[in-house]
Write a protein of this length. Structure first.
Ligand SMILES: O=C(O)c1cc(C(=O)O)c2c(n1)C(=O)C(=O)c1cc(C(=O)O)[nH]c1-2
Length: 233
């Protein structure tokens, strides 16, 4: 376990921005407009496996979490991705998974080829499965800490949106709704996650475990892109 060495806990978590996947060469090329249509489609199809896994890992966190106040707020993440229950305020089609499928269609993929995982490469499957497994099997506060990469996501979403509009006009702009939604969802989600972690992680050991969980998650995101980068040279 990595020691937090007396530095401020939140600052140590935030410093993980240095290891965030915005700096991965694949993302750098994407945001500089240097990805081919095939590379972008490969990324969209593979990232769908991550999108599908997010509500499942959030359900694992809920099942391990004894704090009703945390559960009441955390559950929102599941409907954000899965869509609303029919007959409630929203529609089943209004979730992130559906929005990602629409992104895929806007980029020229069919729903079938995204849903049946024919493009999924082993390294992405391994990385995503490792994240779900981590959240199922580790203490729930560590699983919450592992979601804190979202602290760094809004900047990346904003530059990705600008890059897609500017460099990839062949992707229909309506397909970019997923990223627009995350601009508000990610800050809301990560401020809750940060509140949970700072409330529950009061000992040096628990803080070190939270930092390690965030490190692990940075590796998950980076490994996904390594695998995608290799598959679509
Ligand atoms: O496209 C991205 O770069 C990116 C990164 C991350 C992240 O930092 O984990 C998430 C998302 N997107 C995302 O869309 C999303 O819903 C999400 C949920 C979580 C999480 O760990 O709970 N991370 C992310």
């Amino acid at each position: 376990m990595t020691a937090v060495l007396g530095t401020d806990f939140v600052a140590t978590l935030r410093a993980h921005s240095q290891r965030y996947h915005d700096a991965h060469p694949f993302h750098v090329r994407m945001n500089e407009g240097r990805c081919t249509p095939e590379q972008l489609r490969g990324w969209v199809a593979n990232r769908f496996y991550y999108q599908e896994a997010i509500p499942r890992k959030d359900a694992a966190i809920l099942s391990n979490c004894p704090d009703v106040d945390v559960r009441r707020r955390w559950i929102r993440r599941i409907t954000d991705h899965d869509g609303s229950v029919p007959g409630s305020d929203g529609e089943p089609g209004d979730g992130g998974i559906e929005a990602w499928l629409r992104l895929g269609e806007a980029a020229g993929l069919t729903r079938e080829e995204i849903l049946d995982h024919r493009h999924l490469v082993p390294g992405v499957r391994f990385a995503v499965d490792a994240y779900v497994n981590f959240c199922r099997t580790r203490p729930w506060v560590e699983a919450v800490a592992s979601s804190l990469t979202e602290l760094f996501a809004p900047d990346l979403m904003a530059s990705r949106l600008a890059a897609f509009e500017r460099y990839y006009p062949w992707i229909e702009p309506s397909g970019l709704e997923y990223f627009r939604n995350r601009l508000t969802q990610a800050p809301r989600d990560c401020s809750h996650a940060l509140e949970v972690v700072t409330t529950y992680c009061l000992s040096a050991e628990s803080q070190a475990a939270a930092v390690d969980a965030l490190s692990f998650k940075c590796d998950v995101l980076w490994s996904q892109l390594d695998a995608i980068d290799k598959a679509y040279p």
